[in-house]
Design a binder for this molecule. Structure first.
Ligand code: SAH
Length: 352
């Protein structure tokens, strides 16, 4: 007999050992799943629409026992059985980029991987609120930096990831943006490879581009900017790096500066000292897609005052393309019109 049941929004109790109920949970992701390992807890459950006994076919006695308990304690629930095998012995790791922080930027592949994961190790900048519904069968471990609290050290994250994968589990390592853009993606891949653990890298939408785009700031624009680069401002930029960036910006390059709040005064002063014009537009994007979101448009010359109180996490974009962003006032609207007129003008665009 084949019966299709719509469990959307319904309470679904998954009964049996955690290794089995976790595997089954993803099938009922549309419902509110409750995993119950101990039959003595059944009486305390709120009304349940469907009870799924997750026990192997060979263990008929345990199945019958669960079925009896369901009839006794959950008389209103439909009863069904699911004999899906527990996780195979070889676990693996999905290295997932979760985008800039808005649920909709998760890729379809990332959602597929989460749905089949047994454990999720999630970072601070990833969209945590929805993880439980994307990975209904998984244990969720927050290893991210939370302001004021201790971050889990990298070696402990590595150890957890390896332990869980060696235990035969599918581990989703979820990071903000793209794992290969200042995300320690390769370091974690290497740790797994050394242990003989398979890894699938799932690219994410990097905040270095998506965050500026949230305020309509592009990275390239025909006839205005034909190259862009992503820079870490975690440590002060060296003189040689500033020399290169200054030249790059003068030639129409766009810089997306990540982790650069603390070092911004040094970066700005270094670029001005190397002859980048004070009128060069710049914009800072703080906490985009989360509480405290703020976008500030300024120029290199005015950055010292306009950006004095910005807070991490933030991205600063420097380059002429910034003027193409959402205009903050009338003067900005005029600059935008002029820039777009240049970009849309007839004639060949040199290399853009
Ligand atoms: N792998 C990530 C970047 C990690 S570095 C990616 O590809 O996006 C962390 C830095 O990213 C932060 O310090 C900040 O500069 C930037 N960032 C990430 N998400 C952000 C957001 N929603 N708003 C502002 N800055 C963000």
């Amino acid at each position: 007999m084949f019966v299709e049941i719509d469990v959307t929004g319904s309470a679904v109790a998954l009964l049996g050992a955690k290794e089995r109920t976790s595997r089954v949970a993803r099938k009922y992701a549309a419902g509110q799943t409750l995993q119950v390992e101990d039959a003595s807890h059944l009486a305390d459950l709120a009304p349940v629409s469907l009870a799924v006994v997750c026990v192997g076919e060979q263990d008929a006695a345990t199945r019958d026992e669960w079925a009896r308990s369901v009839r006794q304690h959950l008389p209103g629930a439909l009863l069904t059985f699911d004999a899906e095998q527990p996780a195979p012995a070889s676990g693996m790791v999905f290295l997932i980029g979760a985008g800039p922080g808005k649920a909709g930027y998760m890729t379809a592949r990332a959602l597929e991987a989460l749905a089949e994961s047994d454990v999720v190790l999630i970072d601070h900048l990833a969209p945590a609120a929805d993880i439980a519904s994307w990975a209904p069968g998984a244990e969720i471990i927050d290893v991210g930096k939370v302001p004021g609290k201790h971050k889990v050290p990298q070696r402990d994250i590595d150890r957890l990831m390896i332990e869980k994968a060696h235990a035969g589990l599918k581990v989703a390592r979820v990071k903000g943006g793209d794992p290969y853009v200042f995300g320690r993606g390769t370091e974690e891949l290497y740790v797994c490879e050394r242990e003989g653990i398979d890894v699938e890298v799932i690219s994410g939408v990097t905040s270095s581009i998506a965050v500026p785009a949230s305020a309509k700031v592009p990275m390239t624009l025909r006839k205005v900017g034909h190259m862009f680069t992503v820079v870490s401002g975690h440590s002060e930029l060296a003189d040689a790096e500033l020399d290169h960036l200054a030249g790059f910006i003068k030639l129409g390059g766009t810089v997306s500066l990540l982790m650069g709040v603390r070092t911004l005064p040094h970066t700005v002063a270094g670029l001005l000292a190397r002859g980048v014009e004070g009128q060069m537009p710049l914009a800072t994007f703080e906490n985009v897609y989360r509480e405290g979101e703020r976008v500030t448009f300024s120029t290199l010359a005015k950055a010292g005052t306009d950006l004095a109180d910005i807070k991490a996490p933030a991205i600063t974009v420097i380059g002429r393309v910034v003027d193409a962003g959402e205009p903050a006032d009338e003067a900005a609207a005029c600059r935008r019109d002029a820039l777009l007129a240049q970009a849309l003008s007839e004639g060949r665009a040199a290399r853009t």
